[in-house]
Design a protein around this ligand. Structure first.
Ligand SMILES: Cc1ncc(COP(=O)(O)O)c(C=O)c1O
Length: 390
């Protein structure tokens, strides 16, 4: 242990020197437009609570009501006796909404991606992943028994070359629908075409698409009008726009049943609290009932992009609520974060290894709880930092 501790200490020091150290800070308020962290109030541009659902009174009430009926804990895994009526209801509801055969509820998106990757593939198979995919997909890809191939970001020519040159019995192609640190949307038509051409299963991670993309807010399926044949499997996380926790893997019935039977992170874990499933069901109702919320978010995104472009801010090509400012170095990103904090704005510096070296950024996220005046204040503050650091 003494030697291990010394090695770990060294690693931590290296991380500190590179300015890559992460910190965990304590919030003393619910998630929302404003957040109270360690005795300071911030205007919050850091959450994934895109619709302001994390503390929505109706979702809170649905959760409280379900606690009154079902208690707090899941109490057992789904396959033993932890699968309750609210879990079942939610799985059926999402399958119907997305016009898919079946769905499976997980406690987290990370566990869902791990289960999908490891239960569907065998040796001699291969998974092809966009280089900028979320860590949970990458880790799932590394944990599965087949080949793991990464293609250049959103580059269908590179994907095709890799599909062509990699011998595999069965293939999965897998990408984030909205890239979490960049905000851009995957090339859905390109991915569908490649999957069809190489008889591959297309799997998209709609963590940042559900609730945001599409005419009805139902995510990438709604946005790109993808049938189950074109997109047989998808994961939606429930802790972002839907304001709750967990994830749903939704799709074709043989795939879902295989994940139910073989997904170790589905089988060997306690079911999430039934009340969370009840909260998600309510969030889906609200999504259908409140198009105005999504319209407001969309108007804020357009307003932000237009004004930020006019101010010369270093935007990335993102049409979504994720609007990173590409600043380059660790020093620049951390300096911008600190400056904004002094102005009462919470906006997080994202550094390697989350993003490639030299592409540090401040990741701004817009939510339906923000106002146009909030955006004005944010833009004025960022502009001040840029002027002082030119
Ligand atoms: C694209 C993407 N996939 C999966 C996850 C993991 O989901 P969860 O937070 O539910 O574990 C996240 C973020 O958390 C994500 O951004």
């Amino acid at each position: 242990m003494k030697h291990l501790k010394a090695r770990l200490q060294q690693r931590l020091e290296k991380r500190e020197q590179a300015q890559w150290m992460r910190t965990v800070r304590k919030a003393q308020s619910p998630m929302g437009r404003e957040i109270h962290i360690e005795n300071q109030q911030f205007l919050n541009f850091s959450s994934n609570d895109y619709l302001g659902f994390a503390n929505h009174p109706q979702i809170r009430q649905a959760t409280i009501d379900a606690i009154a009926q079902y208690g707090v804990g899941g109490g057992a895994s789904h396959i033993i006796c932890g699968h309750s009526e609210p879990h079942h209801h939610l799985e059926r509801k999402i399958a119907e909404l997305l016009d898919r055969d079946d769905a499976l509820l997980f406690s987290t998106g990370f566990m869902a991606n791990l289960a999908v990757m490891t239960s569907l593939l065998e040796r001699k198979d291969a998974v092809f992943q966009d280089r900028w995919n979320h860590a949970s997909l990458i880790d799932g890809g590394l944990a599965q028994p087949g080949s793991f191939v990464r293609f250049k970001h959103n580059d269908m020519t590179d994907l095709q070359a890799k599909l062509e040159s990699t011998p595999a019995r069965h293939r999965i192609i897998c990408a984030d629908s909205v890239f979490s640190m960049d905000g851009d949307i995957c090339d859905t038509q390109g991915l569908v075409s490649q999957a069809q051409a190489y008889d591959a299963l297309l799997y998209l991670d709609d963590a940042h698409g559900i609730g945001v993309l599409g005419d009805s807010g139902l995510g990438i399926i709604d946005h790109a009008k993808l049938s189950q044949e074109e997109l047989p499997l998808i994961v939606l996380t429930l802790g972002k726009a839907l304001g709750c926790a967990g994830a749903l893997v939704v799709g074709e019935k043989t795939l879902i049943e295989t994940i139910r039977q073989y997904g170790r992170s589905y089988i060997y874990t306690t079911a999430s609290p039934p009340a969370i499933a009840a909260g998600v069901s309510k969030a889906l109702d609200l999504l259908a009932e409140s198009p105005g919320t999504r319209q407001h978010l969309s108007a804020l995104i357009h307003y932000f992009i237009d004004k930020a472009t006019a101010c010369g801010l270093p935007l990335m090509p993102s049409p979504t609520p994720i609007q990173p400012l590409l600043l380059g170095s660790e020093e620049a990103a951390l300096s911008c974060q600190t400056f904004l904090e002094r102005k009462g704005i919470l906006a997080t510096a994202i550094r390697p290894p989350t993003v490639p070296v030299g592409s540090c950024r401040v990741r701004l996220t817009l939510t339906a709880s923000h106002t146009f005046a909030d955006i004005d204040y944010l833009l004025a503050s960022v502009s001040q930092w840029l002027e002082a650091n030119e």
